[in-house]
Each structure stands twice: as C-alpha cells, then as structure tokens.
Ligand binder design. Structure first.
Ligand code: NAP
Length: 259
C-alpha cells in the first residue's frame, strides 16, 4: 500500500479528457486536491463536477500549455487556490496523423509546442513552488511511440515524445536541489477520446497486436503515475516506465499469433 497523497496539491494538464481525466479522478480519489487544466471549459468543468460528486476536491483553470503566460497563470492560480503545488502531471498532448510528404513546418511546430515545449514550460513554472516546499513530484505522459516504436504519420509526435524523455534526464538533475523528482509514463494504446478519433479499424488492429489483448484504460496509466507521485518513489528520478499490455514485446506477427 502506497503512502497516501491525501491533501497534496496537484496539477493535471489535459485533465479534462482521456488519460488526464483518469489521473485526475484517481488522484482525487486518493485525497489529492486536483487542478484540472485544459483549453475547453465545458469538458474541464465536467471532470471537476465528477470529482466533486464523488466527494473529492477539484478546481479548473483554462490553459494552453504551449503558452508561457497561460502556464504561469495556471501555476499561480493553483498555488493560490490549494496553498502550493506538490505534484505536476504534465499530460496534455495531441497526436494528429500526417505523413511527412504532407506535413508542413507549422504542423511540426504545433506538435512540438503542445507536446514537448509545454513539458519544459510547466516544469519551469512549478520550480518556485517546489523550491518553497523543498519537495515535489513531476510525472510526464510520454508514449511508446517515438522512444520505442514508430508509426506512419507520427514523425513529429514520435519526436516530441522521445524528446520528453531526453528532457527529463537533465531536468531530474536540475530539480534534485529542490528535492523534486521527475519521471515519465510511456503508455501504449489507451482507450481515450483522442484514440477513439483514430477510428474503429485502428482500435481493432491495435487491440489484436497487444499480448494482453485489450487496449489500456486511463486508470492503467493513472496508477503508474500515482506510484511516481508517491513517497515510495522518492528515490526514482529521470526514469520512465512502459505501460502497454506488452505491446512492444512481439518480435514478429508470428510471435503475436502464437499467443
Ligand atoms: P485526449 O483524449 O485527446 O485528451 C487530450 C487532453 O489534452 C484534453 O484534456 C485536451 O483538452 C488537452 N489538451 C490538448 N492540447 C492542449 C493544450 N494546448 N493545452 C492544454 N491542454 C491541451 O488524449 P489522451 O489520449 O488522453 O492523451 C493524453 C496524453 O497521453 C498525450 O500526451 C498523449 O500523447 C499521451 N498518450 C496517449 C496514448 C493513447 O493511446 N491514448 C498513448 C500514448 C501517449 P483541450 O482540448 O480542452 O485543451
């Protein structure tokens, strides 16, 4: 049993949907005070209301994580509302699919800004709060796509997700002086609103290529994030964990057919 995160102040970017919503609800169920950050007010508020209905503590802040001023506002509002910031789950991200022949420089920059630059901006904005409390936890949502696997249409996305892992190695060293750890979860295919947008054929093909024969749930990722946020993970930093039902393991189509 992990030591409780009860009473801790936590930001979850992209907390309005999918994996971020799962993290928000699991952390709130553990007693954390959860700030849901996203661009759409309606969906962010829906997550907040679900948490409050279940007896948890949550609030929301509108924030585009690729914009420094908005990220600063997000952290200041959270610190004011919840009395500090203990945990940052930098989870917001997009995965538009476009092959390189059709990809524009703007397409590339947009994915890098929202997925990768945002990790830096959110961590940077939290540093004064981690410094103040001399403690902190950062959990980044990366992916298997990029660091481990490839998929046509996701050159920019894969680069952004691999970039996050490069970022945390140096960030871990810089955050150590504030007694703060930073780690990443690397999800496989997780059933979220964003994944559903890729279509049923994609979902079916993915489920059949996973040894555990199912897509992951948002809770599967939230539970790994919860471990990194816990006291028990205090001596782990700059590391990542794949949560994918074994998806990266098969060497060939024959190997998966054998199961
Ligand atoms: P999702 O269902 O599409 O949800 C994305 C969330 O991010 C929403 O809350 C969205 O809210 C928010 N968001 C997007 N752009 C934002 C921005 N510029 N500023 C602030 N918030 C923003 O996606 P998901 O599947 O849960 O994915 C979440 C994370 O997991 C991403 O980083 C993704 O790369 C990673 N991941 C997902 C999978 C998977 O299979 N689902 C696999 C590997 C990694 P608004 O649109 O209202 O801003």
């Amino acid at each position: 049993m992990l030591t409780s995160i009860s009473g801790k102040s936590c930001i979850v970017t992209g907390g309005s949907k999918g994996i971020g919503k799962g993290i928000s609800k699991v952390f709130a169920a553990q007693g954390a005070k959860v700030m849901v950050a996203a661009r759409s007010e309606k969906e962010a508020m829906a997550t907040v209301e679900e948490i409050r209905r279940d007896g948890g503590t949550a609030d929301m802040v509108l924030c585009d994580v690729s914009d420094w001023d908005q990220v600063q506002h997000m952290t200041e509002y959270t610190a004011k509302t919840f009395g500090g910031i203990d945990i940052l789950c930098a989870n917001a991200g997009i995965f538009p699919q476009v092959k390189m022949v059709d990809m524009s420089a703007d397409d590339w920059d947009n994915v890098m800004d929202i997925n990768l630059k945002s990790s830096f901006l959110c961590v940077k904005a939290c540093i004064p709060h981690f410094e103040k409390s001399s403690s902190g936890r950062v959990v980044i949502t990366s992916s298997i796509t990029g660091p481990v696997t490839g998929f046509p249409g996701w050159a920019h996305y894969g680069a952004s997700k691999a970039g996050q892992l490069g970022f945390i190695r140096t960030a871990a060293m810089e955050l150590a002086r504030y007694n703060t750890t930073i780690n990443a979860v690397m999800p496989g295919n997780i059933m979220t609103e964003g994944l559903a947008d890729l279509g049923q054929d994609y979902l079916d093909a993915m489920a059949s290529s996973i040894p555990l024969k199912r897509l992951g749930s948002a809770d599967d990722i939230a539970n790994a994030a919860l471990f990194f946020a816990s006291d028990e993970a205090a001596y782990i930093t700059g590391q990542s964990i794949v949560v994918d039902g074994g998806q990266i393991l098969p060497e060939s189509l024959d190997a998966i057919a054998e199961i």
